[in-house]
Structures are given as structure tokens and as C-alpha cells.
Design a protein around this ligand. Structure first.
Ligand code: MSP
Length: 741
């Protein structure tokens, strides 16, 4: 059986988890469930990264011993994952002792192993980190040297390699001066192997890129190409950490410690006999190992981690996926601004109105966050998305169908006619394709395999729209009064077809909205548990005629927006008061959006000898550009009004032969569908674009690009030296055709 191992970052438990941490964990959960559906044996690790000065400081400020502080906070993480319906995460020791057997019984695939690792007071972890260090030392990758520089305690990173005072370029806090005898890791020795690794992955399609999305891979490559310097991996003045092997005066650098938890979490025990799970998910060359992380910690995962593993002679992960950040109402979430969104009040408010809070939140986060990109969270956006997609489209379809089966077919799934009418043939083709032609189900799979959320969801929604249109066209309710056998048989065929396809839709959506699809499954009277359905078993006409359907209870009751918003705000306020009253004092911060760090978490370098090629120049150019932005001559409002910009939805995207940079897009701007050519082929995959709402300049004169007519222009930001286009899109749902003013 194929094995799949997915990890979230190991979170700092210096505060309780918020909707951003929930996003990563939910995304991993959806992927884990999808992989299990594809027949994989799946392990899913999360945990807490408990060492380092940041945690020590937070504990000091709270006036609690650090061991107690992290243990209390650790509980909050486990509790939230439970509240979000992600199940019970246990340590590898507990899982090995059979304690997780009660989870997900039944079905043929083994249950997802949900594992939790914490780094402090964990003997096996300490042993493993020390073993990693010893191995690297034996292999000649560790040496001792005096270190002098500036270090940001809050972000656990070097800010500058010289002693001049400087503020951290991420958080704006003043960086502290450090001068000590340290152990260094010879990262510089891995420049070539790393470049080769990235290239090997790119060339070999069975592996795929080492870093996803592609543009992040490019950023990592240019970082490595610009020259790697050795890094200090021990701390002398810090006590809260793992003691350096054979030199107890020093502790191990927190990232060496944290990254190793991906191994200890599945039963690595340093040099001692590991748990079988480690052999299975890490050592097996066929096992797929994926780290899901935020873009801010990419450098540690795509550069340091492979080098640390190589130095210890261990295999590497297959893919590092760097997602974007969740903002609140276009702003970075921050405790000091009081705008951090927590999931608990959302779930409570939705459930008060009978709506599935967990699934609504999962759906919103996965549907409205193009993977790899930043996204905006708003309560209004969440309610709108829930009402329009879950309550209206899917909920109504399921409810209508089950109601009609109850009312007109005695509550049993009817039998379809043996010969298909054209309308059913079309639906079959939409879902399953014809012959070699790939269709919805196949597209869903290829997009899911490439972590291309929300494309799989959009494909399923195409299916939901197709079944809804089918019911509207066929009007089965009109056939109920007729005594003609033909009409009766049509009625039964139409209701069967709708119910059968809702079954398929439920299975496809199960990884995204597990609880609600399990309810739909029961309403359709299907056998067993939906989570045990296999992707490869999905086929046309799977539903058993004669099956007794359940009561048509709405799975997604429609929410009154104003009332729900009011409750949401009320609960969020209550939650804030309850949890944040005794907050540790935060140091004065200058909030800087995470983009400022650069996606690899790289900061401008200050040591001249480590600059290579044009690296220094480009940093300077970037900084100058930010300080004195170029401005165009002023125009009047009338001039601006001449430009007509409208919201458009991309409905198809394809490459243009012999024009590498261009994509041909069909964009629905409400009143018509426009063909537009855009020079974005190097940065966006066609399937990523489908369903995206973009800004179209609609009153440009049409022109031909490489012989293809382009009728309009898509607006994009031009980012970085290479002018990478980033399409302008919307954080809230906006109707097609809306004018931008
Ligand atoms: N402890 C390290 C990770 C070690 S992994 C071996 C760490 N912890 S963290 O708690 O600061 O961040 C954990 C993850 O949460 C990061 O991937 C970060 O990008 C992510 N997020 C924190 N805030 C976020 C949002 N607002 N939105 C999405 N993810 C964000 O870094």
C-alpha cells in the first residue's frame, strides 16, 4: 500500500492558535482525507515547538515556569483541533500502544494516524536531535567559531552578521547583540547539492517540484544561487533548549531542534530502534512525505532541512508546500491590533443557527484561499460563501432531491430507465467523460494531486450546477400528476440520476466538508461510512435503486446574514474578554506584512563577502524602490473615469502555441464573455485560473497578440525585479460585471 506522510509546521505555543494556524491544519486534514480516499496509508503530524528564547520570554512575562507555560498552551492546540472535528492527535508512543484504535474504525484503508509531537520534555526527541548533531559532526559539517552579530529574539533568527545596532526586518523590534563561541553548520557545502536536488525534482515528473507553488521554488533557487553561508547552530546564553551533545554549556539552535520533530513525531529515536511508523513513512523510498508550511518559513524547510538531513544520512521530504497568509479584513492579524480571528466563536455562532460551523469554516478557507496565495478573512465573506454555495447550491439540490424521492417514490431510490436520454448522457460525460476524454472527476483528481485548491472544489461546483440545471430543465415535479407510464419512468430516471450524482458529489467533497457529506450520505441511504469510499470506485450509476432514503432535513440551513453577523461579533468579543485578559505584555511592535521578509524568509545581507553576483545590487535596488516609489504624473478624475474596469470570472485558460509567455483566457464579464491574452504563462497554470475573479480593462481597443485577438486587459501587480505578474483579485465575493471606480 502506498504511504503518505503530511505535516503541519510545529507551532510555537506562545499564544493560542488562531484562524491562520487552523488554515494550515485544516488544509493538511483535507489532503490527508483525500489521500486516504485514494488508497494511501496516511500519517498526519502536527505539534508544538516549545524551545527557544521566545517561549522563555513569554513564560517569564506570564510569570509561570516555562515547562508549565508550554504544557498549558500545548493543550489549547490539541483542544482546538478537537473542536474543529480533526479528531484526537496523539503522541507516537500512544499510537504505538494502540490508543488511537477507536478512531475511524471500519473501511478497508487503515485510519489516518493523527500524531502530535512536542519538543520540550520529550526524551526521544532530545536523543534524536543530539544524534542528528553527532552525525553531522562526524561527517565534518560542524565546527566551532566566534559569532558576533545581531539576533531577533522574537523571530528566532539572525538579522545581521555584524554588531551594528539594527531592527529586525520582520517585526521591527531592535535586534540584540550577540557575541559567543558557537558551533557552526557548513551550509555553504550544500549549495550545489541543493541546486541539483531542485533540478532533479523538476525534471522527474514522478517527483514534481521540491517546492510548490512554482514561483516559490524560483525564489528558493535564486536565494541558494546567490551563495549560502554557514550558520550558527548553537546558543551559549540560552538555557531553554536541547543541550549540545558533549558541551552542556550550549543549547541547540531552535530550528535544528524543531525540524527534527518531523522525524521524532513518527517514532525516530536517534540511533536506537525506531517505531515501525518511522521506517514506513520516512525511510521507505516510495513513501510520499509532504511538509505544509507558511511562506515565511520556507527557507528553513527548503534549504536548511535538506542539508541537515543529508548531513545525518537520512532521506528527504518529497515536497514542501508553502501557502500564503490569512489576513483579517485586508490587514495582518495581530494581538496588539486586537484583530486576531479565532475559530471557536465562529463555530459556536453557526451552530446556534443549526449550521455546520466546522464545515462552513473549512469550506470558506479552502474555497477562498487560492493555495500559495494570501487571502482575506471576513465574517461577512464567510457567511456569504456559506449561503451561496453550501445552503443554496448544494443544500437545495440535495434537499429538493431527497424530498421528491420521499414524496413521489415512497422514500426509496427509484430505478432509472435502461436507455439513457441525451440529458443523462450529457451529465455522464460532464462527470466521468467519454472514452479517453478527461472530465470533472479526473480533473478533480489531477488538481488535488497537485494541491491546487480551490480547483477541485470549483470542478465539483460545475457538477452541482449541471445537476441543478438538469432538474430545472427536466422539471420532474411536472411529471408527477401524469398517469402515463412514460412520464413515470422519466420521473424516476431524473430523480435517480440526481440522487446518484449527489452521491458522487458528496464523496468528492468529503475531504473538504467531512461532517456534512457524512450526513448527506446517510440521507441518501448509502451503506457504510462515506470516509471509506474509494476514489477509484466512483462511477456512473453507483447508487442502489430501492435504497431507503432518510428524512430531508436540511444539512445547510440558510443563515440570516445580519443575525449571524451580530452573534459572531458578540461571541468573538466574549471570547476575547475571556481569553485575552491576562495577556503577556507585548513589546512595542512595528507591524510589517510578511511579504517584507521575502518568501524564503531571507533578509538583506550585510556581510560583503557573502554577496555574490548581482545579489547586493538587487537588494539595494529593491530598498531604494520602496523608499522612493516612482510616481506617474497626476491625472484628473475625468481621465481616470475613461478607463472602464470590470469584474470578470475566468472560465477557461489555455496556452497559445508558439507563444510561451501567453495564455488565452475566456473571461465572463457579466454581459458577455471576452477573449483576452495575458502574459502570465510562466507564473500561473491554466487550471489555477479557472473560477478566479479578476479585474478586466474592458474598453481597450482590441488587438492581436501572436495572431490571437485580445479584447481587453487583465490587471496585475508587477512584482520584483523580474516583474512577476500577480493578478488582482477580490477577497470578497463580487458579482461579475461590477464596475471598479
Ligand atoms: N515553530 C515554527 C515552525 C517550526 S516547523 C519545524 C513557527 N511557528 S509559528 O507558530 O510561528 O508559525 C507556524 C505557522 O503558522 C507558519 O507556517 C506560519 O506561516 C503560519 N501562520 C501564522 N500566522 C498565519 C496566518 N495569519 N495565516 C496563515 N498562516 C500563518 O514558525
Amino acid at each position: 500500500m502506498k504511504k503518505f506522510y503530511i505535516t503541519t509546521p510545529i507551532y510555537y505555543p506562545n499564544a493560542r492558535p488562531h484562524v491562520g494556524s487552523a488554515y494550515t491544519t485544516i488544509a493538511c486534514d483535507a489532503i490527508a482525507r483525500y489521500k486516504r480516499m485514494c488508497g494511501y496509508d496516511v500519517a498526519f503530524l502536527t505539534g508544538t515547538d516549545e524551545h527557544g528564547e521566545k517561549l522563555q520570554r513569554a513564560a517569564d512575562e506570564a510569570g509561570v515556569p516555562v515547562e508549565q507555560f508550554v504544557a498549558e498552551k500545548r493543550k489549547l492546540f490539541k483542544e482546538l483541533w478537537r473542536t474543529l472535528g480533526l479528531g484526537e492527535f496523539r503522541s507516537i508512543g500512544e499510537v504505538a500502544a494502540g490508543l488511537s484504535r477507536e478512531q475511524e474504525d471500519g473501511g478497508t484503508a487503515p485510519p489516518i494516524k493523527r500524531l502530535f509531537v512536542h519538543t520540550s520534555q520529550n526524551r526521544d526527541h532530545v536523543k534524536s536531535v543530539q544524534w542528528m548533531i553527532r552525525q553531522a559532526k562526524k561527517a565534518g559539517y560542524i565546527y566551532k567559531k566566534r559569532y558576533e552579530g545581531r539576533y531577533c529574539i522574537f523571530d528566532e533568527r539572525y538579522v545581521s552578521d555584524n554588531p551594528e545596532p539594527v531592527n529586525c526586518d520582520i517585526c521591527g523590534r531592535p535586534a540584540e547583540l550577540i557575541s559567543e563561541e558557537n558551533y557552526f553548520f557548513r551550509l555553504s557545502a550544500f549549495e550545489k547539492p541543493l541546486m541539483e536536488l531542485y533540478e532533479r525534482h523538476e525534471k522527474d515528473s514522478t517527483f514534481g517540484p521540491f517546492v510548490l507553488p512554482d514561483f516559490r521554488m524560483n525564489e528558493v533557487k535564486s536565494f541558494v544561487k546567490s551563495g549560502l553561508r554557514d550558520i550558527s547552530i548553537s546558543r551559549k546564553r540560552l538555557k531553554w533548549g536541547i543541550p549540545w551533545p558533549d558541551d552542556p554549556e550550549q543549547v541547540v539552535y531552535v530550528w535544528y531542534d524543531a525540524l527534527t520533530s518531523y522525524l521524532t513525531g513518527i517514532g525516530f529515536r536517534g540511533g536506537d530502534k525506531p517505531e515501525p511508523a518511522f521506517e514506513k513513512y520516512w525511510m521507505d523510498p516510495e513513501a510520499e512525505r509532504v511538509h505544509m508550511i507558511g511562506k515565511d518559513i520556507l527557507r528553513f524547510h527548503a534549504v536548511y532541512w535538506p542539508a541537515f538531513l543529508w548531513a545525518a544520512g537520512l532521506p528527504l521530504p518529497k515536497t514542501v508546500f508553502a501557502h500564503g497568509w490569512i489576513y483579517y479584513e485586508q490587514d495582518k492579524m495581530s494581538k496588539s491590533k486586537g484583530n486576531v480571528v479565532y475559530p471557536e466563536p465562529i463555530i459556536k455562532a453557526f451552530e446556534e443557527f443549526g449550521a455546520p460551523g466546522n464545515d462552513a469554516l473549512r469550506y470558506y478557507l479552502l474555497r477562498d484561499t487560492p493555495f500559495g496565495q494570501d487571502a482575506n478573512f471576513s465574517y461577512e465573506g464567510l457567511i456569504n460563501r456559506y449561503n451561496s454555495d453550501l445552503a443554496n447550491d448544494l443544500g437545495n439540490l440535495a434537499n429538493r432531491t431527497v424530498t421528491m424521492i420521499n414524496r413521489y417514490c415512497g422514500g426509496r431510490v427509484p430505478k432509472p430507465q435502461s436507455a439513457l436520454a441525451k440529458s443523462e448522457e450529457d451529465l455522464q460525460e460532464t462527470f466521468f467523460g467519454k472514452g479517453e476524454q478527461k472530465q470533472l472527476v479526473a480533473d478533480y483528481k489531477s488538481a488535488s494531486d497537485a494541491f491546487l485548491m480551490p480547483v477541485p472544489i470549483l470542478r465539483v461546483w460545475d457538477g452541482i450546477s449541471a445537476v441543478n440545471s438538469y432538474l430545472v430543465e427536466q422539471q420532474p415535479w411536472k411529471l408527477t400528476a401524469s398517469n402515463r407510464e412514460e412520464d413515470r419512468s422519466r420521473l424516476e430516471t431524473v430523480l435517480y440520476t440526481a440522487a446518484d450524482l449527489i452521491r458522487t458529489i458528496a464523496v468528492l467533497l468529503h475531504p473538504v466538508i467531512p461532517d456534512s457529506t457524512a450526513k448527506l450520505w446517510v440521507q441518501l441511504g448509502c451503506d457504510g461510512h462515506i470516509r471509506d469510499q474509494k476514489f477509484e470506485d466512483l462511477k456512473w450509476q453507483s447508487l442502489q435503486p430501492g435504497t431507503k432514503v432518510g428524512k430531508p432535513e436540511p444539512v445547510f440551513p440558510r443563515l440570516d446574514k445580519a443575525a449571524t453577523l451580530a452573534r459572531l461579533n458578540e461571541f468573538a468579543e466574549e471570547d476575547r474578554k475571556r481569553n485575552e485578559a491576562p495577556v503577556a505584555k507585548e513589546k512595542k511592535t512595528v507591524e510589517t506584512p510578511p511579504e517584507k521578509k521575502g518568501a524564503t524568509g531571507e533578509q538583506p545581507r550585510t556581510t560583503p563577502e557573502v554577496q555574490s553576483g548581482t545579489g547586493l545590487q538587487s537588494v539595494k535596488e529593491g530598498t531604494a524602490g520602496m523608499a522612493t516609489p516612482q510616481t506617474a504624473p497626476q491625472i484628473s478624475i475625468d481621465d481616470f473615469a475613461k478607463v472602464e474596469m470590470r469584474v470578470g470570472e475566468i472560465i477557461s485558460a489555455e496556452p497559445i502555441p508558439k507563444a510561451d509567455k501567453l495564455l488565452k483566457l475566456l473571461v465572463d464579464i457579466g454581459t458577455e464573455v471576452r477573449q483576452v491574452c495575458a502574459g502570465i504563462a510562466a507564473y500561473y497554470k491554466p487550471e489555477q485560473l479557472i473560477g478566479m475573479k479578476v479585474v478586466v480593462v474592458t474598453n481597450l481597443q482590441p488587438r492581436k497578440l501572436r495572431g490571437v485577438e485580445s479584447n481587453g486587459m487583465i490587471v496585475a501587480a508587477s512584482v520584483g525585479d523580474e516583474g512577476r505578474p500577480v493578478l488582482v483579485t477580490f477577497k470578497e465575493d463580487v458579482p461579475k460585471g461590477a464596475r471598479l471606480r
